[in-house]
Design a protein around this ligand. Sequence first.
Ligand code: UD1
Length: 383
Amino acid sequence: MEKKKIITIFGTRPEAIKMAPLVKELEKREGIVSKVCVTAQHREMLDQVLEYFDINPDFDLNIMKNKQSLTGITNRVLEGLEEIFSKEKPDMVLVHGDTTTTFSGALAAFYQQIKVGHVEAGLRTHNKYFPFPEEMNRKLTASLADLHFAPTKNSKKNLIKEGVNEKDIYITGNTVIDAMHHTVKEDFKFSIDLLNNIDYINKKVILITAHRRENWGEGINNICEALNRIVKENEDVELIYLVHLNPIVRDVVYEKLGNNERIHLLNPLDTNETHNLMNKCFMVMTDSGGLQEEAPHLGKPVLVLRDVTERPEAVEYGTVKLVGTDVEKIVYEANKLIKNEDEYLKMSRATNPYGDGYASKRIADIIENYFNIRKLEIKEFLK
Ligand code: UD1
């Protein structure tokens, strides 16, 4: 039987982390020719992940520009992929989640009537502008996709409500948990001395990330003010803020938090370093989506610096709490966990609502079934 050609497309760091285990799985399948195309919507942050997982892309659109606009990203991805798809003629294109690379990748495939598989499908806040532009990116991608790999039951329900045919949706778990099985190690040594020397036992080390578009301006300002107060009010707290390379975020964070010896501002770390830092820290405060999935897997409480989330599973389970970007509310909720052990223990139960480490294998099996390469039994992730 003729092999099927699958091109996996991604462009930002989190997509790369979550697609890497799937790329590795597809490479093992005899009936599949697996190719990787990176848009490089992110450059350095993407390259770190490619190197860690030892992935050499077959195609690299190299589109990133300083302070890039959404229109610019969309145009450059559409044009770049048009050329690659017309030459390569893949049987299916795989995209991930909700970035502008994701939507443009799905649209470029649709324009050439190539099948689209959407990994991490069905996450919704049901609010068009939160997160912006991700909520719309994922909805539009769903309209273009032929196969929907929903991480949880809840994400499948969202897709059905929007009229997606149930037979095209599979609950797979999230591939990020597959990635964490490779990265997290109890005896991990960091590449930065500071991280090896911090006293994770006697200090309460809080890991921070915050960079989302809808938090630019007032949101980031408030977050910085709250972080300064938390450090001032708690002698045993140290903060490690991994500051995104986007200058719009970076300039504010360095100005407001740059002068405190208990606040450590670091560049984004490699994936394995971030996962292991999370494993050692006391808790996480973030506006990122990925960390909301990763930290519960490690039993770390998460305060989410957003008003809505597309990942309600861990909120329902009680390990993640939405606190928004109001200064008083952030300080109040953080202090509760720092000062009250019972509150902390309630939120620090390790749980796996997002996956069991087999998502990539399931997705590859489903693709093989779809193209009649082999008939495989699919056991969905039903947590
Ligand atoms: C993008 C995605 C967002 C995802 C996030 C993960 C869109 C619209 N946004 O947001 O969904 O959650 O990635 O991080 O798709 N930069 C560098 N080097 C890098 C990466 C970024 O210098 O390696 C700087 C550039 O100045 C770039 C800016 O960061 O213009 C913003 O990058 P962009 O991909 O547009 O937005 P993100 O906020 O990273």
